[in-house]
Structure formats: C-alpha cells, structure tokens
Design a protein around this ligand. Structure first.
Ligand code: G6P
Length: 608
C-alpha cells in the first residue's frame, strides 16, 4: 500500500526513481510523484494517475540530481488529485516528505499548525509531517533531529522519507508499523517499501524495524533509535531473488506468468521437507515444539482462503481443532487462547497490518505463533516465534495466485507432519499421502494445458453480471477463492457458496445469465454436490463443471466441462484452483481490464 523509494548515490536519480516506482506500482497506482535536490534546490513533480503521467511530466528535463525520493499512491486521506499526490512540502518549499501509512492525529496537528500560520495545500494526513519538520528546522535543528522530533508527535502507522534542500545529499527515513527496506549497494544506498525494487542495485538488504530512524548519504547508512537518538547498526541480509524474477519475462501480465509458475512453486515448497520414499514429512520449523493441542489461524484475503483449506486439513489429517479468523475481526472478537494453542498467521507479504496486529495479540494472549509467509525479510517473520517460508518467489500481480498455492502446500505439509507425529497418520497412510504430494506438481502442469478451454469459457461469459462458484468440504474455500479472483480483476459480481447452501437463498439468483461454476471431484461428497448442481441446472443456469476427466456423468450435466486429472479429494484444491485463476484472468483480459493493477486494490495492505 503506497510505494516509496529514496536514493543517494552516484547515479542520476530521476531514472532510478521511475524504475523503482515501476517495480512498486503494484502497491498503489492512483498517483505518483518525486522530489529531488537539483543544484541545491528542491524540485517536486507529482501527477494523479498512473506512473506514465509522472514519466511524461519529467521527460525531456536534463536533471542532474543524484539524491531524491519517489512515491506511488494508494489514496487514504484526500481524493485522487495532483495536489494530494506525494511528495508534500513545507510552506517554503524546502522540505519534501513521502509517506506510507495513516497519521491518526493529523487533524489536531493540522489545526495547531494552521494556528501557527502554516498554509496547507492538500487534504492529506501526510502534509502535517512536512510542516512539523519545518517548525523543527526553523528552530535550528539538524534534519536528523528534526525527523525524530517530528515523529515523536505522530500517532498511527508510518514509514516516511524526507529530503530537504538545506541538507543536500541526505535522505532520512523512519519506520513505525509500515514496511520499509534499505538496500546497501556499492557506494549507493536505496530505500524501498519492498525488496523487488532494490534488486537491480543490490542483494544486500536491511529491513527497518519499528522505531528505526535511518540516514543515507555518500558515506553510507546510519541507524538511530527513534526513542532516544542513540546510534547503532544493523547488518544486511542477502536475498536470493534475481532481478529478472520481478519481470514479466514475455508474459502479457504478471498474473499469467505467476499462474504458470505454480508447478515449480509446488516443487520448491515441498523441496527438502518430505521424503518421497516413506511419505514422512520433516518440518525443522516445529522440531523443538510439541504437536499443538489446538490451532488458531489469522489471515486476510486470499491467505484467508488458504487458511480455510488449512483448517480442513489439520482437522482431517491431524485431528487438531482449528479455528480460522479474518485478521481484521480477530482483535475485536475477544479471542480466547487456551494453553497449548498454536497461532498461525498466514500472509504472503508478511506486512498486512491487520494480520500483524492479530499475530501480536495471539502472542500477547500466550500462544506460540508461526508465520506462514513468502517474505523472509518481513515483519511477520521478525514478530513471530517461528516462520515457515513458502517458496513462491516474488509475486507482483495484485491478485494472489502462486502464493496461495504455496500456502496450500505449507498446510498439507504441516497437517501431515502433525498427523504423523500424533499417530493419526500411520505408515500406510503416509505412503499414500506422500504419493499424492509428489504427483501434484506434474498434475498442475497438466491442468495448465487447459488454457485454451478456460479462454473459450471466458469469451462466452465475460459480459455476465453475476457468477456463482460452488464447492463443498475442502473445496468450499476454493469456491470462495474462485469468486474472489473473479471479483478482484474482472469486476464481475461473483459469490462462492458451500454447494449445500445454494438452496437456502442464493438459488433465488439463478437464471440463464448467471453461470454456476461447480467443483466436483470424486470423493465422499460427490453425490451431494452433484445433486446441488442438478438443482442449478433446473433453474437454467449455465453449468461449468470441473470434475475428473473420466466422469461422463458430470460431463453430461455440464454446459462446459473442465476435465481434471485424477487426484485424491483432499488434494483436489491444489488442482481445482488453477482453472478458476485462468477463468478470472481471461475474463478480465477479454474485458480489456488492467489485470495486474485492478481498480481500488493494492497488493500489500498496510493500513487498517
Ligand atoms: C490484499 C491483496 C490480496 C491478499 C491480501 C492479504 O488484499 O490484494 O491479494 O490476499 O491483501 O495479503 P497477505 O500479504 O497478508 O497475504
């Protein structure tokens, strides 16, 4: 949510900012702006709209500046207008600030500042930071002290960067709850909201912690405590991702590329964690702790749907009572954490603020907490007792696909491992489950061959206004996820239902323009789901059915049939998810929509 970038080094900074913002645009894309120190003067350029508007605005200017900051916005306070775009400046136009987060007490600060004579030019919460800094600098403080003095007055979540013409060659950053990473290059330093934007410059990164104030200048980087100003240092960690992994590599969209990467993601997440010969799963993450007596999972969005599958697996395979809550609800439901509870926070980014807050509360209430996350450098890793890092690689498409797949695999591994340790899974079952796990990647490749089929179905239905996705048992969350994907990127109203619930209300919606997408793998619930789909058929809804390729009965009922590989019901979510992702993708693409940057959404939601 909002992308921020800051650079000090030998390069001309404008292209560094533009390229950095391009990599961060998935975080927000309402407006973009930059502030540079050009020949001792602060130059600010900002534009509403996508990054190309900013690019247009700076094109043709031979800026020489080598220090600057840039921002791509996801609006919270203030409409999407040029004046509300970041950076924001003080009255004299000498100090510029970019910010990610929400300053909760900005209204009080703003009225105080207005009383003191400050003139505001935007509706944002961020602008107060620039004017507070002005007060501090006017009182004779150095920029570093001014930043600390200002941050002490702020309430809420923030990561902000500051440049000032009176202090050239310096960028100062502060972090409190919103993500910020420092890249340590060779003679150059770069701040970013997220790691992918740093990879063209360096693989040495230092994630900032809450309460860190960091200055970068031509001598290097310097950490100070926000609290009392004492200097300290943090050693860089090395990230393995390649810069190319954050590129589209010939695919039309990141989302399509990421859907195609799923067979590899399955392999990579399983790698080294289970023995194909015996089916034994070994998770070093849990080696030192007993099998939990109960589990409480918190997550948001797509990660929540993976968690719902996780609940099913943990209960079925390991017989561990498991509850799942939306992170944003957990805190407000007065949760009860009994002894022996393992908390699990599932978050691709590791930075979703609601999930971090829920994780903190779980720990406060006495739970040991594991973070299932795709980002080893994230806050979730730092704040949990132990972390399970999924191996999805960098995911750029706002609609999560491969990270969901990796989360599912993490849950299979955890459930099987706990079940084996508890004795609910014996040797024979281990072999069977291991065999299923080992076959998933290849079967997923097979499913990806249906691209043409899904594209054709998308062509048929892309103009409908409503779609219903149904599944039962372990596939009910997959129906929810299929509907979420469709909503997110194609803007078609889509709902996921437990197939058995259709008759209790949603069936009233069915008619010939409302397709029903049914998940019908073989298993104990097959007959039930089949009947539910027949009920839809009787209401004239077109029926898109995903079922085993050999299932002639399902094929007979379907208006469009998606032939799926044969797989145990418990493992079907892994495969049945993929056609739904493709359906959403091709529907949105057919509608000519911006698949990777859907309206109003952001990849990482760092505000409550
Ligand atoms: C946003 C994204 C979703 C994602 C959710 C949770 O809403 O647009 O794709 O599922 O956040 O993100 P997390 O990083 O915590 O998994």
């Amino acid at each position: 949510m909002c992308g921020i970038i800051g650079y000090v080094g030998p390069r001309k900074v404008v292209p560094v900012i533009i390229e950095g913002l391009r990599k961060l645009e998935y975080r927000g894309y309402d407006s973009a702006g930059m502030a540079i120190i050009e020949a001792g003067k602060l130059v600010v350029v900002k534009k509403r709209g996508k990054l190309r508007e900013l690019e247009e605005a700076v094109r043709g200017n031979a800026y020489e500046a080598t220090t600057g900051i840039g921002h791509t916005r996801w609006a919270t306070h203030g409409r999407v207008e040029d004046r509300n775009a970041h950076p924001h400046m003080d009255c004299k136009g000498e100090i510029a600030v970019i910010h990610n987060g929400i300053i909760e007490n900005y209204q009080t600060l703003r009225s105080d500042l207005i009383k003191k004579g400050h003139a505001f030019s935007s509706e944002t919460d961020t602008e107060v930071i620039a004017h507070l800094l002005e007060e501090q600098v006017d009182a004779g403080r150095d920029l570093l002290d001014a930043v600390r003095g200002t941050a002490h007055q702020l309430q809420g979540a923030y990561a902000f960067l500051v440049v000032a013409s009176r202090f050239p060659g310096r960028v100062i950053a502060v972090r409190n709850l919103s993500p910020l990473v420092l890249g340590v290059g060779d003679g150059e330093m770069i701040f970013s909201s997220d790691t992918p934007a740093l990879l063209d410059y360096t693989h040495r990164i230092v994630p900032l912690h809450d309460g860190d104030v960091v200055e970068i200048n031509d001598r290097g980087y310097f950490f100070y405590a926000l609290e009392d100003g004492h200097a300290f240092t943090r050693a860089p960690m090395i990230v393995q991702w390649s810069a190319a992994s954050a590129e589209k590599q010939g695919y039309k969209h990141f989302m399509l590329k990421e859907i195609y990467e799923q067979p590899v993601v399955i392999r990579d997440t399983l790698y080294g964690r289970f023995d194909v010969a015996t089916g034994r799963v070994d998770l070093k993450e849990f080696a030192d702790s007993p099998v939990p007596e109960r589990i409480s999972i918190v997550a948001a969005g797509t990660s929540y749907h993976a968690s719902r599958v996780g609940k099913y697996l943990l209960e079925q395979l390991a017989r561990i009572p498991t509850e799942v809550s939306f992170s944003s609800e957990y805190r407000y439901q007065q949760p009860i954490v009994q002894p022996g509870t393992l908390g699990i926070a599932v978050t691709q980014s590791g930075e979703t603020i609601d999930t971090l807050a829920a994780l903190r509360l779980q720990r406060q209430l006495g739970a040991r907490v594991v973070a299932i996350t795709n980002r080893p450098e994230s806050s979730a890793v730092r704040e949990s007792d132990v972390s399970f890092i999924t191996q999805a690689g960098i995911e750029i498409g706002v609609a999560a696909t491969k990270s969901f797949m990796a989360q599912l695999i993490a849950f299979y591994l955890m459930a099987i491992s706990f079940g084996q340790r508890k004795g609910t899974i014996d040797q024979e079952a281990s072999l069977r489950l291991g065999g299923e796990l080992a076959g998933l990647s290849q079967k997923c490749e097979q499913v990806l061959e249906y691209v043409g089929v899904m594209e054709a179905i998308a062509r048929k239905f892309y103009q409908v206004h409503d779609m219903i996705f149904v599944g039962r048992g372990v596939n009910y969350p997959i129906a929810l996820e299929g509907a979420l994907k469709m909503k997110e990127i194609s803007y078609i109203h889509a709902e996921g239902y437990a197939a058995g619930e259709l008759k209790h209300g949603p069936i009233a919606l069915l008619e010939q323009n409302v397709p029903v997408i049914g998940l019908l793998p073989r298993g104990p619930l097959y007959e039930k789901v089949y009947s539910n789909l027949q009920e839809s058929n009787a209401r004239e809804s077109p029926l898109v059915i995903l079922a085993e390729s050999t299932d002639a009965t399902a094929q007979g009922l379907a208006s469009d049939f998606i032939p799926m590989p044969i797989v145990g019901e418990l493992f079907s979510p892994v495969l049945y998810t993929v056609p739904l992702q493709l359906l959403a993708y091709y529907t949105a693409d057919r509608k000519g929509l911006d698949v990777d940057q859907p309206r109003n959404l952001a990849k990482s939601v760092t505000v409550e």
